[in-house]
Write a protein that binds this ligand. Structure first.
Ligand code: MLT
Length: 380
């Protein structure tokens, strides 16, 4: 045995990340049923092909490397890509400059890594939650406060229930994973007001923003949100980059954090310090692909993919309606948050195993999101 002490926070965590554990069980089922593999409604993984313009851009970038090494890439991403991201924000009415965009290999990495710049702080999140929020906080030994999100409040956590008095980190996610519900503007305004009143930081996860039709796509659509919010976004679900890996965080230039002795420091500077130690930037080829994904052609193609995922969600919802199974989401989201049929008397793990073994259907058990009475369907 190595006698060095392990990170006790990691030791205290579940042995497996929920999606790794379900993937193992689903792969095992598929191995045992080679003629009838499972119907995949579990992990939210893009299934439609990558846009032709992205393929072209990445191929060209790869061929360029025959003649010229691209070398290390900027830790915060190529300027061309950051400018396209800034243009996207402008298109939804938000003033985000290219210098406030920090490109990364995806939202999940940033959501965990942002904890590196925070001291001992309480993390507030809705329950059910995306497991990486809770696991990320637990790995750093941070305490979490959960805000109710259930059928009685239409799955929208109300800041009035949060009872936050101390500066905290508030994680918001809309369209929400796992519920598929889009947070309305009035509630986001209340969260922003609460953050400003308590000196708290909002981390807004906009990973599913391109599924939104008329609601809020970016937290910066809410007045004064730039004074208290970091937004994390990604091309994984928005442009099918789950395997290519590219996302970003927006850190407004004016956002400062308490560094003790009555002093403050720009969060963007602290983030760049952190990133330059731990990260050498997204690969050149991927960023060239990401630029194509953010071009007009790329955005048009992504919009057509989102339509396909939404119509699949609609079919799933119809099936649930026919069976009288209560559910939410699936309209401006790929996710449908579904009640375990009453009277069945199973935990969400038992129900997951029953659906997999008896029906050949792979879903995600609610317990992975902190709610054992439900399960999540994905329309990807
Ligand atoms: C999901 O919710 O299915 C996730 O995006 C999977 C993940 O954790 O990467």
């Amino acid at each position: 045995m190595i006698k060095v002490k392990a990170n006790e926070n990691l030791v205290g965590m579940n042995t497996d990340y929920i999606f790794s554990e379900t993937a193992r069980l689903i792969a095992d089922y598929d191995r045992r049923h080679p003629d009838k593999p499972s119907v995949r409604l579990g992990i939210g993984d893009a299934t439609l092909p990558i846009a032709e313009c992205v393929i072209r851009a990445m191929s060209e970038a790869a061929l360029e490397l025959r003649h010229k090494n691209c070398g290390y890439q900027p830790e915060n991403g190529r300027k061309q890509l950051r400018e396209l991201i800034s243009k996207y924000y402008l298109s939804v009415g938000c003033d985000v400059s290219a210098d406030e965009v920090y490109v990364s290999d995806g939202a999940k990495s940033d959501l965990g890594n942002l904890f590196d710049i925070l001291g001992k702080v309480t993390v507030v999140m809705q329950r059910p939650y995306y497991p990486a929020y809770f696991d990320g906080a637990a790995m750093r030994g941070l305490d979490c406060i959960f805000i109710r999100s259930d059928v009685t409040n239409n799955f929208i956590s109300d800041p009035d229930e949060a009872k936050i008095t101390e500066p905290s980190v508030i994680i918001l996610n809309s369209p929400n994973n796992p519920t598929g519900v889009v947070y309305p503007r009035e509630i986001l305004e209340k969260w922003v007001a609460l953050a400003l009143n308590t000196g708290s930081l909002i981390i807004f996860d906009a990973a599913y923003s391109s599924f939104v039709e008329s609601g809020i796509r970016s937290i910066y659509e809410v007045q004064n949100a730039e004074k208290c919010s970091i937004e994390v976004c990604s091309l994984s679900k928005n442009a099918g980059f789950t395997g290519l890996r590219c996302g970003w965080s927006v850190i407004p230039d004016g956002l400062e954090i308490d560094v003790g002795n009555g002093k403050s420091r720009k969060i963007s500077e602290m983030w760049m310090r952190r990133q330059s130690v731990r990260f050498n930037g997204v690969s050149y080829i991927t960023m060239r692909g990401a630029e194509a994904a953010m071009s007009e052609e790329g955005l048009r193609y992504s919009a057509s993919c989102i339509c396909t995922y939404k119509s699949k969600a609609k079919k799933l919802k119809n099936e649930l309606d026919l069976r009288g199974i209560s559910h939410v989401g699936g309209e401006e989201s790929p996710y449908i948050w579904t009640e375990i049929p009453s009277g069945i008397g199973m935990t969400s793990w038992e129900f997951f195993l029953y659906l997999l073994e008896d029906k050949g259907i792979a879903v995600t058990p609610g317990v992975g999101f902190g709610d054992d009475g439900r399960f999540r369907l994905s329309s990807f």
